[in-house]
Design a protein around this ligand. Structure first.
Ligand code: FES
Length: 163
C-alpha cells in the first residue's frame, strides 16, 4: 500500500456501511472483491447510488469507470434510487417454472411496475435476481430483505399494496 494511502471514509454514519466495510476487509480490500462488495452494499441499502459506487471503488482501488461498468453490466445491480420498499423476484429456473412469470405479469398489471422500475407513488421498486438460493421455496421473492417462499402473485400484490 502506498505511504500516502488514506482509507476512504464511508459516505455517511449509517451503520450499514460497517457491514459493507467488514465484508470488503475480509476479502482483503482488493479489486477482485468488487462484485461481492457491490452486492453487499446493495443488500444493505437496496440500491447503489453514486456515493456508494465511489466509496466501494476507492476502498478496493478500482477505477470509477470500472465500478460503473460492472454495476451497469450486471442486471442484479440497480443504480436508481429506490422506492420505500423493494421487492426482488427470483427468475431462476425453479422459480420461473413455478410462477415467477405470473408474479412479474401481476406486478406489471396491478401496480404498473416492471423489473428495475419503481411505482409512480415511489412505494415499491421491483428487481429480479437469478436464483436466490432458496429453490425449495420456489417461487421466491425478497421483500425488504426478507425471503418469502411459495409466493402467490395475488397475495404478494395485496401485501405490496397494503404497504
Ligand atoms: S431459482 Fe429461485 S431460488 Fe433458486
Amino acid at each position: 500500500m502506498p505511504a500516502l494511502y488514506r482509507k476512504p471514509s464511508p459516505p455517511s454514519d449509517d451503520k450499514r456501511w460497517k457491514i459493507v466495510e467488514t465484508r470488503m476487509r475480509r476479502m482483503g480490500n482488493r479489486p477482485a472483491a468488487l462484485i461481492e462488495a457491490l452486492h453487499s452494499a446493495q443488500e444493505a441499502f437496496g440500491y447503489l447510488d453514486e456515493n456508494a459506487l465511489l466509496f466501494v471503488g476507492d476502498t478496493l482501488g478500482v477505477p470509477h469507470s470500472r465500478v460503473y461498468g460492472v454495476a451497469t453490466f450486471y442486471s442484479f445491480f440497480t443504480l436508481k434510487p429506490q422506492g420505500e420498499h423493494t421487492c426482488v423476484v427470483c427468475t431462476g429456473t425453479a422459480c420461473y417454472i413455478n410462477g415467477a412469470k405470473d408474479i412479474l405479469a401481476g406486478l406489471e398489471r396491478e401496480l404498473g411496475v416492471r423489473p428495475k422500475q419503481t411505482t409512480p407513488d415511489n412505494k415499491v421498486s421491483v428487481l429480479t435476481a437469478r436464483c436466490l438460493g432458496a429453490c425449495s421455496l420456489a417461487p421466491a421473492v425478497i421483500v425488504d430483505g426478507e425471503v418469502a417462499g411459495k409466493v402467490k402473485a395475488g397475495e404478494l400484490i395485496a401485501r405490496l399494496e397494503a404497504m
